[in-house]
Ligand binder design. Structure first.
Ligand code: GLU
Length: 553
């Protein structure tokens, strides 16, 4: 029996030969240096921050080289596949502006001419290449049952040998073709395995674009290539798919580094040129309890999940700027100098991506970026975003924002739309936490105890408030006039109108203008720190101010 006849028995009814597939997926027509890369998730759950980081990096390199970023769904582990897994993944990523040039567009449809982009639909392709390996004598059927494999494992453990199906342990290597065919005719189930030519005591060098030179032992395990269900294993499919889809760069998490010896071997045995590899170190944070750096994790860190950002009102743009910041350490300085530039204008480099120690993922830093980002939005933009957020997460605030639209825009405009805007909202949720006192409906509910700081005599506070509202406050005043009046009020009541003056002659005064302003501020907001008091008063207006003053005692 020839190898070809054998292959036809093992894998019957294959529609095309591997040579035909080679012709069906010609070189891509892209310019020199264009990076073709992919995201290859299993449809088993939702993407997390690590996945988003990976996609961000991959997409950035594809874009900046006029290359291409596609999505391939690796669903060969049918037991773990979840319902609508693909569209769930696509939707989460789309919220972060991660879209693909080719690949699946929902659970069943796809775009691009290098598909199918879902591995379960590529069975014939894998079989064609598995046949190539069988014909060349590089793959064989293995009938070992679970129990037999378990037996091998136990023996290896007992004799302190390396685990796995290799060398003399790979017994089915030695089954003759005729025997194999008989067993198949008797209905025995089999997998196909690679006949690995590797020598564990030799090394294979991986020139990783991020991690540099990595030496791995050659793979000598007879890896399964086609499982009992006829579907390929991940390792085998990776080589074939990335070859036919003309992936130039495999950018993925570094948990795959140790398998790369297998992948390089598959590429070589199939006669393919291997892609370049860039393995990304995990995101790390300092553990609050131990003070040690550790990987961020689904179980311990809510920020690892991508719904966290939406639920907490963290703008996507800030997340993306943050990801750019942790991708290349020189991004931040560049972005500071190029205020109007966008992330797309920056040229990322593989060798500047953090390798060994992992990449620090630091929420406070993200919040800082977010404050900066939100401070630059116009009053209309921030209003719309806070409305959208509140609509979903804070009905009480949403109703007020809609009811008092113009007023709310002015509230958000306090110290905004100016050269150095105030940077106090890190999230859309922060808005209400900070300016609830601008709404009478919220004031009564959230007001704090009045702490007037230096002036705490009830009668004195009353005098200050009454004199101010009756004699000095005028809604029409400009800011200078407004402030001069507070100074006049201070002098009238025995307070220094300049802080310096008070410091030089503290015995001459009851206090200074700052103390007076504090009383006014606290009386209106119950807070000792607020944005510009002039703006606050202007927006509240005399009647509402009067009302708040009169309710204090
Ligand atoms: N399907 C693999 C995963 O789930 C893809 C690994 C790769 O990118 O090569 O991570």
């Amino acid at each position: 029996m020839t190898n070809k006849e054998f292959a036809d028995i093992l894998l019957p009814n294959v529609k095309h030969t591997w040579e035909e597939y080679e012709k069906m997926y010609p070189q891509r027509n892209l310019k020199e240096g264009a990076i073709v890369t992919r995201y290859a998730p299993s449809p088993t759950g939702l993407p997390h921050m690590g996945n988003l980081f990976q996609c961000f990096i991959a997409k950035s390199f594809a874009r900046q080289t006029d290359g291409l970023f596609f999505i391939r769904i690796e669903d060969t582990d049918t037991e773990r596949t979840v319902e609508n897994g693909t569209s769930k993944i696509l939707n989460v990523l789309k919220d972060f502006n991660i879209t693909f040039d080719e690949g699946m567009i929902n659970d069943t449809e796809e775009k691009g001419s290098y598909g199918p982009y879902m591995q379960s639909k590529r069975k014939d392709i894998y079989w064609a290449y598995a046949k190539k390996l069988i014909e060349e004598g590089n793959a064989y059927p293995s009938f070992a049952t679970k129990e037999e494999l378990e037996e091998i494992r136990k023996e290896q453990e007992k004799s302190k040998q390396r685990l796995g199906y290799y060398g003399r342990w790979a017994k089915d290597r030695f089954i003759s073709k005729e025997d194999a065919v008989n067993r198949i005719k008797n209905g025995e189930k089999f997998v196909l395995r690679l006949k690995s030519p590797g020598d564990f005591y030799k090394t294979v060098v991986l020139n990783d674009l991020i991690k540099g030179k990595i030496e791995l032992p050659e793979n000598d395990i007879d890896e399964v290539i086609i499982k009992k269900d006829g579907l390929p294993t991940y390792h085998f499919a990776h080589a074939i798919d990335d070859h036919l889809m003309h992936t130039t760069h495999v950018i993925r998490g570094d948990e795959w580094v140790s398998s790369t010896n297998k992948h390089i071997q598959f590429f070589s045995m199939l006669g393919f040129k291997p892609p370049k590899y860039a393995h990304i170190a995990p995101l790390m944070k300092v553990d609050e309890e131990t003070g040690n750096k550790r990987k961020i994790s689904k179980r311990k860190d809510p920020e690892f999940g991508l719904t966290y950002y939406h639920e907490n009102g963290i703008p996507i743009e800030a997340v993306m700027i943050y990801l750019a910041t942790i991708t290349n350490s020189n991004f931040e300085a560049w972005f500071d100098c190029n205020k109007d530039a966008s992330i797309e204008d920056f040229k990322f480099e593989f060798k500047k991506i953090g390798s060994s120690g992992g990449t620090s993922y630091d929420l406070p830093k993200l919040f800082n970026i977010s404050k900066n980002y939100l401070s630059k939005l116009t009053k209309d933009e921030i209003y719309n975003r806070i409305v959208d957020y509140s609509k979903e997460f804070d009905k009480e605030f949403y109703d007020l924002l809609v009811k008092y639209e113009d007023y709310s825009k002015e509230v958000f405009n306090i110290e905004r739309e100016q050269k150095k805007p105030r940077k106090d909202y890190a999230t859309y949720a922060d808005a209400k936490k900070q300016i609830w006192y601008m709404y009478d409906e919220l004031f009564d509910k959230y007001k704090e105890t009045y702490e007037f700081q230096n002036i705490n005599n009830k009668e004195e506070v009353k005098t200050i408030l009454n004199t101010y509202i009756n004699k000095y406050f005028d809604e029409k005043d400009d800011k200078d006039t407004w402030f001069n009046k507070i100074k006049e009020l201070s002098s009238e009541l025995g307070y220094a109108s300049e802080v310096k003056e008070y410091k030089n002659n503290p015995d001459l005064y009851k206090g200074h203008v700052g103390d007076i302003s504090m009383v006014l501020r606290v009386a209106l907001t119950t807070k000792s720190m607020t944005p510009d008091l002039y703006e606050i008063m202007k927006l509240l207006g005399k009647d509402r101010m009067n009302e708040r003053f009169s309710k204090i005692y």
